[in-house]
Design a binder for this molecule. Structure first.
Ligand code: ZN
Length: 74
């Protein structure tokens, strides 16, 4: 069964959008892997807004996990 063909917004290459592809739907697997989430590096490819949104999403996820662990502990 063929997957939809998308054009990566980063490298402009065409790629198959597989249902279980990690990362962004508009990025090819290679460019999705390259993206290191929340590492403080010299990567200027993300806009401040994107970084902020990702940081908030990460913080929320971490908080949810912590809540879950605490609840399990007690
Ligand atoms: Zn790409």
């Amino acid at each position: 069964m063929p997957f939809p063909i998308k054009v990566c917004v980063v490298c402009k290459e065409e790629f198959e959008l597989k249902p279980d592809k990690p990362g962004f739907a508009n990025r090819c697997p290679e460019c999705s892997v390259e993206e290191e989430p929340e590492e403080t590096g010299a990567k200027g490819s993300m806009s401040a807004e994107e970084r902020q949104a990702q940081r908030e999403a990460d913080a929320e996820r971490r908080k949810a996990i912590r809540d879950l662990l605490y609840r399990k502990d007690r």
